[in-house]
Design a binder for this molecule. Structure first.
Ligand code: BGC
Length: 786
């Protein structure tokens, strides 16, 4: 067995990581994401690793190679996740290269020992898991993290998750999910950054950087870093009708303009792995798409890492109807570029025979194994297979106080204030009695959100628990569940009404359970489920009747994993907070906002429609030849609903207000690769400090291909004290003005552009500049779909 101690040692020297120390102190250093040193080899592309992989490959039998490409799922037991029946024997025989869903420093050490001492080639194992928004300390679900519009914070959450998960023996996470979703019926919208390609790309890179300890995969090899997986490649979020696993019908143009940018950003940030998606695009399942996996991913974007199948995704090519047998599906997948077979066991079961019979070229197997070995080498596992197996570390980082603190900050930032009539919020801290009503108020499991890894409900703070902890004295909080989440049962209404009548403030906690979004959790209607709207109405009536002439504060706290269509609730409730699923610290963060210890600053990363029937509705649509006009029937609109959304993308209120003025563009005309400077004055016009997310949108006024009415191209979170004013400046380079032209080249075309700046995607403050001279070609035509 070749050893590479010296070489691996050099590779994993003192790297300029987003360091743990920086994470813990939250200091300025942590907010800088280091770029790879110039000239430094990416671990994904290392010649040393490559030579090492060559030498190992020569020693392997075909069965051992296919074993390496096999990822086997663990099974849950009373004492934690374990290998499936006969798993140890599989390891000894070299029939498995990685496990999914198995963790624990001590247990994975034992499995690593078997692999590196009792198997013929002694190749270490990889342990993977879905560490989506935390491992044991759970951070906000990704859609809530996106609502923070704070990429540095998102990096820190992913960093914290990696530190905790790696201490439990894990090397690899199946995150970030970077699928753009314009359809909130699709349950998995909760796992991503929403509808916008620019925000999606920023958040994708931020997460990769956090999991991997910096840009360009430079952190790989440190024992507190996870390999990231950009998933699900590609356009899984485009599922027709919002129905999970469904086919995707998109034009190539929309793919390139809207769906592909976040994957590309993740690859650029150095994501070590990519996961193929379940869906087909135009009849080609992603697991068999050499266009996606080779032409786009490896050739166009230069991806050097590993592609993993999604769970069962190889075998599903049989029901897709492109393979007659699972064996044929395996051949299609490997040829297309799926390196690792997650859970199917098809590569191990049938590809050796296919190679021997000449139905599959051995070179495909070798390339995939080579890529896998390179990564194992980059992680330093050949040097020391136990570097992720330190029990003391595991203890130290599990629910570490600094992680919990970071999770609370992240949770606060994800909250979006949707309505605050008559300054209902913040609540006075001396309010005497608070009624906490609603089916989600006491639901700590939902607070965690879906994909909560090893997160535990008894370690999470529900809204009720958060309020109780903050209010202190018993007797001041009256709790009534009122109604179940999603059935028509109204028997709890009477108690809820009575609580509302007795209380001085009413908090209604409504929405969806955590398992009503994420995988296999699409909804045909995105209104409030069950009898919750009726409950809210009934409680509001009781509260008003009991208040006499005065006004009792009534606040709806929403918990959900998607945009909801809630016009009636919003019309009838004076204050509405969108809190998504905020993780372990949900309740504490909500309390911070309710009582004004934190001024809400989140912004919607998805458009909220008025009704399910408006879907798809997104802010960056094209103008059409007949844009909606209330004075003209023959324009693009509905008879029975306005065309506008309930809340636009980028929307979110604060306890203060921000005034925008004095938008300046400089210079007024640019050409070639020049940049445009956009500056705007933002003033806190209220009496409380607050954060504002300043947003910049661009419209290409006339182009060879119709462009969105506006598209987000920059944003920045600024903190302003009462009365404070700041000039906020942005530099926009050619990419901000680029489009795919009729030949699918990425170009900037001469002409005028309008820049809009403001607090959400309806921003009206605008100014124009001109791009002059010749068309600037930024990239050649995209490879044609096949
Ligand atoms: C999901 C993936 C996930 C995988 C492993 C699949 O069903 O689609 O997102 O990473 O399971 O748990």
């Amino acid at each position: 067995m070749p050893r590479a101690t010296g070489v691996a040692g050099e590779l994993t020297g003192a790297l300029p990581l987003v360091s743990l120390a920086a994470l813990l102190c939250g200091c300025a250093l942590a907010r800088r994401s280091p770029a790879p040193e110039p000239g430094r080899e990416s671990p994904l592309n290392s010649a040393q690793a490559s030579r090492f992989a060559d030498s190992v490959l020569q020693l392997m039998t075909l069965d051992e190679k296919l074993g390496q490409l096999t990822q086997s799922p663990g099974r849950g037991t009373q004492t934690g996740p374990r290998v499936p029946e006969g798993g140890e024997q599989q390891i000894r025989a070299g029939r498995v290269g990685s496990f999914l869903g198995i963790f624990g420093a001590e247990y994975t050490r034992e499995l690593q020992r078997i692999a590196t001492q009792e198997s013929r080639l002694k190749i270490p194992l990889l342990f993977a898991n879905d560490v989506i928004h935390g491992f044991r300390t759970i951070y906000p679900v990704p859609i809530a993290e996106a609502a923070s519009f704070d990429p540095e914070r998102v990096t820190l959450s992913a960093r914290g998750a990696a530190v905790e998960a790696a201490a439990h023996g894990l090397h690899w996470t199946f995150a970030p999910m970077v699928d753009i979703a314009r359809d909130p019926r699709w349950g998995r919208i909760v796992e991503g950054a929403g509808e916008d390609p620019y925000l999606g790309a920023i958040m994708a890179a931020a997460q990769v950087r956090g999991f991997q300890g910096g840009d360009g995969a430079i952190g790989l090899g440190e024992p507190d870093v996870l390999m990231a997986t950009a998933k699900h490649f590609a356009a899984y979020g485009g599922a027709e009708g919002g129905r999970d696993y469904n086919s995707v019908e998109l034009t190539e143009r929309t793919l390139w303009e809207t769906y592909l940018p976040p994957y590309e950003a993740a690859v650029e940030a150095g994501a070590a792995t990519v996961m193929a998606s379940f869906n087909d695009i135009g009849g080609i399942p992603a697991h068999s798409s050499d266009w996606l996996l080779d032409d786009v991913l490896r050739q166009r974007w230069g991806f050097k890492g590993l592609v993993v199948s999604d769970w069962g995704g190889i075998g599903e090519m049989v029901p897709h109807g492109v393979a007659a047998t699972t064996g044929a599906a395996g051949i299609l997948a490997l040829r297309a570029g799926v390196d690792v077979d997650m859970s199917d066991g098809i590569y191990a079961d049938s590809l050796a025979a296919a190679v021997r019979a000449g139905r599959l070229e051995k070179a495909f197997v070798d390339s995939s194994v080579h890529r896998l070995l390179r990564l194992k080498y980059a992680l330093g596992l050949f040097q020391d297979p136990y570097r992720f197996n330190d029990v003391a570390r595991e203890r130290r980082f599990t629910l570490a106080p600094e992680h919990l603190r970071a999770a609370r900050i992240a949770a606060r930032e994800g909250i979006v204030l949707l309505k605050n009539a008559n300054k209902t919020l913040p609540l006075r801290k001396d309010v005497r009695t608070i009624a906490v009503i609603g089916p989600l108020a006491d639901d700590a499991r939902s607070a965690l959100g879906s994909w909560a890894a090893d997160g535990r409900s008894d370690e999470a703070v529900s809204v009720l628990a958060g309020i109780r902890a903050s209010v202190g004295q018993s007797g001041r909080v009256i709790y009534a569940r009122g109604a179940p989440v999603d059935t028509a049962d109204t028997t709890g209404f009477a108690l809820a009404r009575s609580a509302a009548s007795r209380a001085d403030a009413i908090i209604l906690v409504l929405g969806e359970r955590e398992n009503m979004s994420a995988e296999a959790a699409s909804r045909a209607s995105i209104e409030l489920p069950g009898a919750q709207l009726a409950l809210a109405r009934s409680v509001i009536r009781a509260a008003r009747a009991s208040a006499g002439g005065s006004r009792k504060p009534i606040i709806a706290v929403l918990m959900n994993g998607r945009a909801l269509a809630i016009p009636e609730l919003v019309a009838e409730t004076p204050a509405v907070l969108e809190t998504w699923f905020l993780g372990t610290q949900h309740g504490g963060a909500v309390v911070d906002v309710l009582f004004g210890d934190y001024n809400p600053s989140g912004k919607l990363p998805v458009t909220f429609p008025r009704a399910t029937g408006q879907i798809p509705i997104y802010y960056n649509h094209r103008n059409t030849g007949r844009p909606p006009d209330s004075a003209n029937s023959y324009t693009s609109k509905y008879l029975d609903l306005p065309w506008t959304p309930l809340f636009p993308f980028g929307y979110g209120l604060s306890y203060t207000t921000f005034a925008y003025s004095n938008l300046r563009l400089s210079p007024r005309s640019i050409g070639g690769r020049d940049s445009l400077e956009v500056t705007v004055d933002v003033r806190n016009a209220g009496d409380r400090a607050g954060d504002e997310v300043v947003q910049v949108y661009v419209r290409d006024d006339v182009a060879s291909v119709a462009q969105p009415v506006r598209a987000l191209k920059a944003f920045r979170r600024v903190t302003l004290g009462p009365g404070e004013m700041q000039s906020v400046a942005f530099k926009l380079g050619p990419d901000s003005f680029a489009l795919y032209d009729r030949q699918m080249r990425r170009v900037v075309e001469p002409g005028t552009f309008t820049i809009y700046v403001g607090t959400d995607s309806n921003a009206q403050l605008n100014s124009r500049f001109e791009f002059t001279g010749d068309t600037l070609v930024l990239a050649p035509p995209t490879p044609r779909f096949h």
